[in-house]
Ligand binder design. Structure first.
Ligand SMILES: [Zn+2]
Length: 137
């Protein structure tokens, strides 16, 4: 038995949400656990657990949807900045397993912090990983 997907229910209108955006491919609604005011979740209408599961059609159009949602927040809220993130699987901090983007309007004065401290990579590690990825294309 499949576990019901809350984002599919929101897309279908079977679960409540504060819907703020929609187009052919996606639906945007306010996060119920916002990192900041206006924090919006943008989901494809198609159920795909992770980014790599999306259909070609959704993949081709979702960038336009993401930009449109970002522009709506930009012109309406006029934030100082915006953080957009997308997570995959539990190890990647995903908690709802229907691929989605999160758009967080930012303020120069907000208390959000980056999730990691930047440290320089070893050149040999970068070279080895780049070779591995290029060989697998
Ligand atoms: Zn779903």
């Amino acid at each position: 038995m499949n576990v019901p997907c809350i984002f599919c229910a929101i897309v279908a209108g079977d679960a409540p949400s504060h819907r703020v955006y929609e187009d052919e491919l996606t639906v945007g609604f306010l996060s119920i656990h916002p990192a900041a005011s206006g924090h919006t979740v943008l989901v494809p209408r198609e159920h795909a657990p992770q980014l790599w599961d999306l259909s070609d059609a959704t993949t081709a159009g979702i960038g336009h949807s993401l930009r449109s949602m970002a522009r709506l927040l930009e012109r309406t809220i006029e934030p100082d900045g915006m953080t957009v993130f997308q997570t995959n699987r539990e190890a990647g901090w995903q908690s709802v397993f229907h691929m989605h983007f999160q758009l967080v309007p930012r303020s120069d004065r907000d208390a959000l912090t980056p999730p990691w401290t930047e440290t320089a990579a070893a050149e040999s590690d970068l070279t080895r990983m780049a070779e591995r990825l290029r060989a697998a294309r």
